[in-house]
Design a protein around this ligand. Structure first.
Ligand code: BES
Ligand code: MN
Ligand code: ZN
Length: 492
C-alpha cells in the first residue's frame, strides 16, 4: 500500500536536521526568507543564478551550506499572494511533496502569507499527492524491511488554529483517498458484497449502516435495479450510511451514488477496447463513501444520509434483454432499450427509496452515467443538473472554491419528451443527441418535488489526468466538492 507521510503541525522552533522547506511569494527577498539556514548567503546566490523569482510551483533545491542545521533547503514559489486560493494551496502542497518525495525528514516553515486554512490546504495537497495504488506491484511490496514513512512537520506561528484546520482537512483527504482506493480496485476483488463491507467499516467512525439484500429489494419492488443485477452472479446490495451530527429534529441531506462494480454493458455489450475502465463505474458510490468518511471523521454538524446501489452489469443467460419492460419501485414502468444504460435504472430505485424513507431536504446523486458528458465537458468539469437553482448555485460555488469544478447543463420538457416510450411510461435511452441531458431527465422522474442535483462524473472520477495532487487513476472526485458544499451551505 501507499506509504503516506505523517504530517504534524508545531510552533516555530530551530530546525535541527533534515530538509527545510520554505514557501517564497513572488518577488520575495530570498536571503531574508532563508535567514539563519543560509549562513553564507549560498541560497540567495543560488536563487539569483537560477533566476528563481517565486513563480507558482517553481522549485529551488539547494544543498545546505556547511554550518547550516539543515541538510537541504528547498524553496517553492507561491506565486502572487493576491492569487492565493484553496486549490492553489493544495496544488502547491502537492508540488512540494513531488519535489521532496525521497526525503525522510522535512520541516516546513509557514510564512506570514499562510494562515491556518492555507496551511491545512497545503498539507492536504501534500498528503493526497503521496497517495499511490501499488498493492498489486509485487516487487515494491517484497522489499526487505519496512519502508519508513516520511515525516513532515509544518511550523506555524498560529499552530493552534492550523492544527484545528488540519484536523478537518486531513479527514477530507482521507475520504478522498478512500474513494480513490475503491475506484482503483479491480472488479474481481471488489464485487458488490465486498464494496458494501468497505462501506460498513465506516461504523468505526460512528456512522450507522444498513445493507439491503436482494430479498428486501424484491419486497420493495425495485424492479429497475434488480433487472440490471440479474445477469451477474454477484448479488445486488443497497448500502445506507447515516451520519447524525446535526440536531435530532433536522431533516437530513442525502447523497446517492451509482455503484456498478463492473459495467460490461450487459446484452448491449460494450466493445473490448477500454472495457477494463468499467471497473471504475462505481466512482459515484466511491465518492459517497469517501464523503461520509470525511463528514464523520471531522464530526460535521449535519445529518447526512449516504446511499449507494451496488450491482454488476453482466450478460449471462438470465440477463435482461433490450425490449424488456421493468417496474420501478416508484410504480413507473421502463422499457429497457439498451442494457448499457444501466446506471439510471439503478439510481431510479435508489433515489425513490431514499426519498420515501428519509424525506431529505435535498438529494444529490453522483454517477459515472454517460460517455456523452465527456464529449461535452472533457475531464475538467463534472456535469451538473438540478431542479433547484439555489442548490445548483451552491454546488457551482463549492466547485470553484474547492477546484472540483462543475458546469450546469439544462433540463426541460423538450428533453423529457425524448424518453417517452411506445410501450411503457418511459424508455431508458433518448437517442444519440443530448445523451447526458436525457439521462438526467430520466433521473428527474424519480425525485418528485425534492430539491435535487445530479452530478455526472464519468469524465472526472476515473482515468484522471495527473495533476499536482493526484497521480492515481481514480481521482476521488466529488469528496472535496461536496464536503465544501456541506460546510458552506448546510452546517451551522
Ligand atoms: N458507465 C457508462 C458511462 C461511462 C462511459 C462512464 C465512459 C465512464 C466512462 C454508462 O453505463 C453507459 O454505458 N452509458 C452509455 C449510455 C448509452 C447506452 C445511452 C454511454 O454513455 O454510451
Ligand atoms: Mn453502461
Ligand atoms: Zn455504467
Amino acid at each position: 500500500m501507499s506509504m503516506l507521510p505523517t504530517i504534524t503541525i508545531s510552533k516555530p522552533a530551530p530546525i535541527k536536521k533534515g530538509a527545510a522547506l520554505l514557501v517564497a511569494p513572488e518577488g520575495a527577498d530570498i536571503a531574508a526568507l532563508a535567514g539563519d539556514l543560509d549562513g553564507e548567503g549560498v541560497v540567495a546566490r543560488a536563487a539569483e543564478l537560477a533566476e528563481f523569482s517565486g513563480k507558482a510551483k517553481t522549485v529551488l533545491d539547494v544543498l545546505a551550506p556547511a554550518g547550516s542545521p539543515a541538510s537541504r533547503i528547498v524553496i517553492i514559489g507561491q506565486g502572487k499572494p493576491e492569487d492565493a486560493s484553496e486549490p492553489g494551496w493544495i496544488a502547491l502542497g502537492g508540488a512540494a511533496r513531488g519535489a521532496l518525495a525521497k526525503e525522510p525528514l522535512v520541516t516546513m516553515i509557514a510564512g506570514e502569507d499562510m494562515d491556518a486554512a492555507a496551511v491545512a490546504s497545503f498539507a492536504q495537497g501534500y498528503l493526497m499527492r503521496a497517495y499511490t495504488f501499488d498493492k498489486y506491484k509485487t516487487a515494491k511490496n517484497g522489499q526487505n524491511g519496512k519502508p519508513k514513512a516520511q515525516k513532515l512537520t509544518i511550523q506555524s506561528a498560529d499552530a493552534a488554529a492550523a492544527k484545528t484546520a488540519w484536523r478537518d482537512a486531513e479527514a477530507v483527504a482521507r475520504g478522498v483517498m478512500l474513494a480513490r482506493d475503491l475506484v482503483n480496485e479491480p472488479a474481481n476483488i471488489l464485487g458488490t458484497e465486498e464494496f458494501a463491507a468497505r462501506g460498513e467499516a465506516l461504523e468505526a467512525l460512528g456512522v450507522e449502516t444498513d445493507i439491503l439484500d436482494e430479498k428486501k429489494m424484491k419486497k420493495l419492488g425495485m424492479g429497475a435495479l434488480l433487472g440490471v443485477a440479474q445477469g451477474s452472479v454477484r448479488p445486488p446490495r443497497l448500502l445506507v450510511m447515516k451520519w447524525n451530527g446535526g440536531k435530532a429534529k433536522d431533516k437530513p441531506i442525502a447523497f446517492v451514488g451509482k455503484g456498478v462494480v463492473f459495467d460490461s454493458g450487459g446484452i448491449s455489450i460494450k466493445p473490448a477496447g477500454g472495457m477494463e475502465d468499467m471497473k471504475g463505474d462505481m466512482g459515484g458510490a466511491a465518492a459517497v463513501v469517501g464523503l461520509m468518511h470525511a463528514l464523520a471523521a471531522r464530526k460535521a454538524a449535519v445529518n447526512a444520509i449516504g446511499m449507494i446501489g451496488l450491482v454488476e452489469n453482466m450478460p449471462d443467460g438470465n440477463a435482461q434483454r433490450p425490449g424488456d419492460i421493468v417496474t420501478s419501485m416508484s410504480g413507473q414502468t421502463i422499457e429497457v432499450i439498451n442494457t448499457d444504460a444501466e446506471g439510471r435504472l439503478v439510481l431510479a430505485d435508489v433515489l425513490t427509496y431514499c426519498n420515501q424513507t428519509f424525506e431529505p431536504r435535498v438529494m444529490i446523486d453522483l454517477a459515472t452515467l454517460t460517455g456523452a458528458v465527456m464529449v461535452a465537458l472533457g475531464q475538467h468539469h463534472a456535469g451538473l443538473f438540478s431542479n433547484d437553482d439555489a442548490v445548483a448555485d451552491g454546488l457551482t460555488r463549492a466547485g470553484a472554491q474547492s477546484g472540483e469544478k462543475v458546469w450546469r447543463l439544462p433540463l426541460g420538457p423538450d428533453y423529457d419528451k425524448m424518453i417517452d416510450s411506445k410501450f411503457a411510461d418511459m424508455k431508458n435511452v433518448g437517442g444519440r443527441n443530448a445523451g447526458s441531458i436525457t439521462a438526467a431527465q430520466f433521473l428527474k422522474r424519480f425525485v418528485g418535488d425534492t430539491p435535487w442535483a445530479h452530478l455526472d462524473v464519468a469524465g472526472t472520477a476515473m482515468s484522471s489526468p495527473s495533476n499536482d495532487f493526484n497521480r492515481s487513476w481514480g481521482s476521488g472526485f466529488g469528496v472535496r466538492l461536496l464536503d465544501r458544499w456541506v460546510r458552506d451551505t448546510c452546517e451551522g
